[in-house]
Write a protein that binds this ligand. Structure first.
Ligand code: AMP
Ligand code: AMP
Length: 321
């Protein structure tokens, strides 16, 4: 397939996954690289074009119309959301969801309406059941969160100057499940599961009682098959609610972030409405991608395939909203 369109993204987070997948589907690629990192990205010989940026915001002036941009975690973390919304970047996916994802109340509403079980919210309660996790807005990947086991610990550590969110801490196994909602094939695909590895909560030796939640990387996991069915249904319910509430469908990759406790109850504490870095494990393929397509299927490739099929059926406007 020859098309006028190229696939591009900012060099970080899941860009290698995205570009390798675009290449697999026959697209030319563009990588927007922050100055100082170009030698590393050049060494991988992956992008057809490297555009060097002085800072992330420069993507808005360096961008050209023939590039379909795949947003990832760095777009949310480093770019101004309002600039992103106002820009003329051709962003793959439902970009309104990036806004909903940023506001805790809206986020909780979507997860609640989908019938997902959420950890209890104690932010405005007198009676708190411990342990709790305290979260602050704008924390990047869990930075600044803490666990309090009792009232004294909570009082000692709570920074009352910052708006906080006090949530039931669920003891269990963290499971991040990624999905792809295909507009062109009209179906939800379960893609893969992983465990986030965080410093210091996931280290073996706990020498202090205030471990941090700084994301370091991800580890693949495969779920018990019976649990996978639950997750499939959760993903379907969630995509349905997004469509109802935003009046724009869920487009492409998303992730439900959960903890499974000893009773196999699944608590969802977070979601991402875009590609997550946990899918980087599955280059060139996730188990379910391979099972569903009978060939290697990474998340980057799945996105490019959707774009290719959208172009071929003249439906690009349905996946870039
Ligand atoms: P990086 O380019 O990998 O430093 O990541 C860019 C942004 O994405 C940062 O805000 C990170 O906190 C976030 N991020 C990177 N990798 C992950 C991951 N595996 N899970 C969650 N967030 C991540
Ligand atoms: P988040 O920024 O919401 O993705 O959370 C960062 C990390 O905090 C997660 O990866 C989990 O390790 C942990 N976490 C968040 N909420 C909970 C919860 N309610 N119970 C247990 N762990 C949690």
């Amino acid at each position: 397939m020859k098309t006028q369109y190229k696939i591009g993204t900012i060099a970080s987070h899941s860009s290698l996954n995205i570009l390798a997948g675009a290449r697999d589907e026959g697209f030319d690629t563009v990588l927007y690289v922050i100055k100082g990192r170009e030698e590393f990205y050049q060494s991988l010989d992956l992008a057809n074009e490297l555009i060097i940026l002085d800072n992330y915001q420069d993507i808005f002036s360096q961008y050209s119309e023939d590039v379909i941009i795949i947003p990832h975690g760095s777009f949310v973390a480093y770019l101004s959301l309002s600039k992103l919304m106002d820009s003329n970047l051709k962003l793959f996916g439902n970009k309104d969801l990036l806004i909903w994802e940023h506001e805790r109340a809206k986020k909780e509403l979507l997860m609640n309406e989908a019938g997902l079980k959420l950890p209890k919210d104690f932010s405005n309660q007198e009676e708190i059941k411990f342990p709790v996790i305290v979260k602050y807005d704008g924390a990047e990947g869990g930075k600044g969160y803490f666990i309090a086991k009792n009232e004294t610990e909570l009082k000692d550590r709570l920074n009352t100057a910052k708006p906080s969110f006090i949530q039931e801490f669920i003891i269990g196994t963290k499971v991040y499940t990624t999905y792809f909602n295909s507009i062109i094939r009209n179906r939800l695909e379960i893609f893969g599961t992983d465990i986030r590895y965080e410093s210091d909560v996931d280290t073996q030796i706990q020498l202090h009682d205030n471990p941090a939640f700084q994301i370091v990387g991800n580890i693949p996991m495969v779920l018990r098959e019976s649990l996978l069915i639950n997750y499939f249904n959760m993903g379907k319910a969630f995509a349905k609610v997004v469509h109802e509430k935003l009046e724009i469908p869920m487009i492409g990759p998303f992730c439900l972030e959960t903890v499974i406790d000893r009773n196999l109850d699944i608590y969802t504490f977070e979601f991402s409405g875009r590609i997550v870095a946990g899918t980087n494990i599955f280059v060139p393929t996730s188990p379910y991608g391979y099972i569903q397509f009978g060939k290697n299927m990474s998340m980057g490739r799945r996105i490019a395939l959707e774009i290719r099929e959208a172009i071929e059926s003249d439906r690009l406007n349905e996946v870039i909203i």
